[in-house]
Ligand binder design. Structure first.
Ligand SMILES: NC(=O)c1ccc[n+]([C@@H]2O[C@H](COP(=O)([O-])OP(=O)(O)OC[C@H]3O[C@@H](n4cnc5c(N)ncnc54)[C@H](O)[C@@H]3O)[C@@H](O)[C@H]2O)c1
Ligand SMILES: O=C(O)CC[C@@H](O)C(=O)O
Length: 536
């Protein structure tokens, strides 16, 4: 029977598009629960206990305690961009994929920010309030044009770029500050790139903010920077509360250091009644409505439903913030390498020297010319399974699990392979000893082609017995007779030696796993250096 997946659509009065919900409800293997009343952490914990997927906007918070309770959780979908309501480091540690919908609300948010800029310039909300209160006041609301003014865009990503296009159409000259923006991109947008934040903002008649909240961007606009601005400067923030120090902004507005602020987002949401900013002059506020349009909500609601469905049913990963993308085409191409990489990692972990602290993956041939991030994660996953348990490690947390164990991981690529179209070699080393296995595909079938640098050929199937012995007559008979007398049948055999009379390596495929006593007996045979029994 197909697995049933329970999906929680979690909200705090911020609904997800019904079209997205219906798309999930139409799938017979999904049990969809919608709960828009998850303001308190305790309620979120209860609702998440047995779910496989959670979909949120910005209202519901997925905290570490929610992860503790949601032991079946595989994926979280954010119907929107910012994932600051999800504890992403904990998600990664627990192996939960976090996916968002970048782009679906770009236009709506750029339009909202632009609307705020215009409303701030023309005091529209204040003028409206006087009319509805019965006054006809045409003197108090003289505004300013944006035409000919200098706009500084902080964060020239998707939304910043859409804002900039609109500002240019309104005759503004646009300066961009974004440490990750290339000169080419700035040129193609027709904006002036300024590499220094302080030098950028002192020119501004308007500043609009469009970057994520990170430790680096927190309080980017603080008391010191506010003091450096033109007195006529107005600030718009439709990105995230916390980019601006709200207390410092309230002060700067009150004492006339700057001319106005229009905010869709606040450091504390919702702001309490005594929040100083709410009493400051020359402001326009909206309650985090950037993405609140029919179009944006339909875009992000449908998109997140589609990616969650594809992830649960097919394993595809799209727009994950804690994992590389795996679309069905790529998955199809690299799928066999993922399985094989995991298997090589698992095999090497069984012959690795004690206290190995470095795992190296060497790619050669075609496989090394593409993106190998996921294959390496697969190798690490396979390698770590013995140390932490197969359930505890996956493609998302493999790097973190390795780091916790003090295991370093290196990767190298050779575009040319000497003998094989594709070759993946996995090595584990503790500084003084190294063990390695390399594999490839022959006519689509996986093969082990090297063990500890020796050429050998075997199918990675069942139980493999690896015997290193002195190269001298009678060795094969010695170990074969011990296996035979203990009813262990040899299904396949591959031999290799470094030189005549040197060391030989035998890889036997066995029909059953020899007992520890049989392995001990083999190790005692004169001339046998090492025996490893490895399960594929
Ligand atoms: N108000 C809303 O409802 C709403 C809706 C959508 C998005 N947002 C927020 O808007 C922000 C931008 O969204 P986006 O889709 O444009 O994201 P994006 O990733 O396309 O753009 C973000 C930009 O910020 C830049 N950046 C990063 N660090 C920076 C720094 N230190 N200084 C300057 N720039 C920096 C990045 O290089 C990038 O170009 C996000 O925080 C998102 O959560 C808010
Ligand atoms: O869900 C919302 O309405 C807010 C979305 C917005 O903050 C985002 O980051 O995409």
């Amino acid at each position: 029977m197909a697995q049933k997946f329970k999906i929680l659509i979690a909200g705090n009065n911020d609904p997800i598009s019904s079209k997205g919900i219906e798309l999930l409800q139409a799938e017979s293997s999904f049990d969809v629960v919608v709960n828009m009343n998850l303001k308190e952490e305790a309620a979120m914990i209860e609702a998440s206990r047995d779910v496989h997927a959670i979909i949120v906007r910005s209202g519901a918070k997925v905290t570490a305690k929610v992860f503790d309770a949601a032991t079946n959780l595989k994926v979280i979908g954010r119907a929107g961009v910012g994932v600051d309501n999800i504890d992403v480091p904990v998600a990664s540690k627990r192996g939960v994929v976090v996916m968002n919908t970048p782009g679906g609300n770009t236009i709506s948010t750029a339009e909202q920010a632009f609307t705020l800029m215009m409303a701030l310039s023309r005091k529209t909300p204040q003028a409206h309030a006087t009319i509805v209160s019965g006054k006809w006041d045409r003197k108090s609301f003289q505004g300013t044009e944006v035409y000919g003014k200098t706009l500084v865009v902080l964060g020239m990503g998707r939304i910043g770029a859409e804002f900039a296009k609109r500002a240019k159409a309104f005759g503004m000259s646009v300066v961009a500050y974004d440490p990750y923006l290339s000169k080419n991109r700035a040129d193609s947008l027709g904006v002036t790139l300024c590499e220094d934040l302080d030098a950028a903002i002192v020119q501004a008649d308007y500043i609009t903010m469009h970057m994520p909240l990170t430790p680096e961007t927190k309080h980017m606009i603080n008391a010191k920077r506010l003091a450096s601005l033109k007195k006529s400067c107005r600030i718009i923030n439709c990105a995230r509360g916390g980019l601006i120090d709200d207390a410092a902004l309230a002060q700067a507005l009150t004492d006339g250091t700057i001319s106005g602020a229009a905010l869709d987002v606040f450091e504390t949401e919702p702001p309490p009644a005594d929040y100083p900013l709410l009493k400051a002059p020359n402001t326009v506020f909206t309650p985090h409505l950037g993405a609140s349009t029919e179009e944006a909500q339909e875009n992000v609601g449908i998109e997140i439903a589609e990616v969650i469905k594809a992830h649960l049913l097919l394993g595809t990963v799209v727009n994950a913030v804690n994992m590389p993308n795996v679309d069905p085409k790529v998955l199809n191409e690299i799928g066999p390498f993922l399985k094989f990489g995991e298997l090589l990692g698992r095999l090497v972990s069984q012959i690795a020297p004690a206290r190995s602290n470095v795992v190296s993956i060497n790619y050669s041939g075609k496989v090394g010319s593409g993106d190998t991030t996921l294959i390496s994660r697969a190798v690490l996953k396979g390698f770590l399974e013995r140390a932490v348990g197969a359930e505890q490690v996956n493609y998302i947390n493999a790097n973190g699990v390795a780091e916790n164990l003090g295991l370093r991981f290196t990767e190298s690529r050779l575009p040319e392979a000497n003998l094989f179209t594709d070759l993946i070699e996995v090595q584990a080393s503790n500084g003084s000893e190294t063990a390695s296995i390399a594999g490839t595909f022959f006519a689509g079938e996986p093969r082990i082609v090297k063990v500890n640098e020796r050429h050998i050929e075997t199918r990675p199937e069942g139980t493999l017995l690896l015997i290193e012995n002195q190269d001298r007559p009678g060795m094969i008979a010695a170990y074969s007779s011990i296996l035979g007398k203990n009813q262990v049948n040899i299904a396949d055999m591959s031999l290799s030696r470094n030189k005549e009379g040197g060391t030989a390596l035998t890889l036997l495929t066995l029909d059953s796993c020899p007992s520890p006593e049989v392995l001990a007996e083999l190790e005692k045979v004169p001339g046998i250096v090492r025996v490893h029994c490895v399960t594929v």
